[in-house]
Design a protein around this ligand. Structure first.
Ligand code: HEC
Length: 126
C-alpha cells in the first residue's frame, strides 16, 4: 500500500514538473519584447490565451491557420474601441478580415477575459 502511495506521489510530482516546464518554455519563446512583457496585461492575457485553444491556430510571428498575433497587433491600433471589437470577434467568430478561413466562435469566453487576451495580442507589435 505504501509503495502505491509513493508511486502515485512520484507520478504526480513528475506531471507537476512537466507542466511548469511547458510554461517556462512558452514564455521564453516570447522573450523578444521586453517592454511588452513588463506590461501587466501581458501575463494576464498570455495565461488566458495559453489555456484556451488559440495557439492551435495562431503563432506569434508567422501565420498558421489564423494570422500571426504580431500582424494583428500591427493592423489594429491599441485603443479601447479596437480591444472591445476584437474581443467580440473572438467570442462570436470572425471571417473576411484576413482571408477565406474563418475563426470559430468562443462563446463560453467572458467578454472581460476576451479583452484581456486581445490586450496581450496588441502588445505583440514588431
Ligand atoms: C480554428 C482556428 C482558430 C482558433 C482556435 C483561434 N483563431 Fe483567432 N483567427 C483564426 C482565423 C482563421 C482568423 C482570421 C479570421 C478573419 O479573416 O476574419 C483569426 C483572427 C483572429 C483575430 C483578429 C480578428 C480580426 O477581426 O482581425 C484575433 C484577435 C484572434 N483571432 C484571436 C484569437 C484568440 C484570442 C483565440 C483563442 C481564444 C483564437 N483567436 C483562436 C483562427 C483561429
Amino acid at each position: 500500500m505504501k509503495k502505491i502511495t509513493a508511486c502515485a506521489f512520484l507520478v504526480f510530482t513528475l506531471l507537476a514538473c512537466n507542466s511548469s516546464n511547458d510554461k517556462k518554455d512558452s514564455s521564453t519563446e516570447k522573450k523578444d519584447n521586453n517592454t511588452a512583457m513588463d506590461n501587466p496585461d501581458y501575463d494576464a492575457g498570455l495565461n488566458l490565451v495559453a489555456k484556451s485553444d488559440c495557439f492551435t491556430c495562431h503563432k506569434l510571428r508567422e501565420p498558421l491557420v489564423g494570422p500571426a498575433y504580431g500582424d494583428i497587433a500591427k493592423k489594429y491600433e491599441n485603443t479601447p474601441e479596437n480591444i472591445s471589437m476584437l474581443a467580440d470577434r473572438v467570442i462570436n467568430g470572425s471571417s473576411g478580415q484576413w482571408g477565406e478561413v474563418q475563426m470559430l466562435p468562443h462563446r463560453d469566453l467572458k467578454k472581460e477575459d476576451a479583452e484581456k487576451m486581445v490586450k496581450y495580442i496588441l502588445l505583440l507589435k514588431n
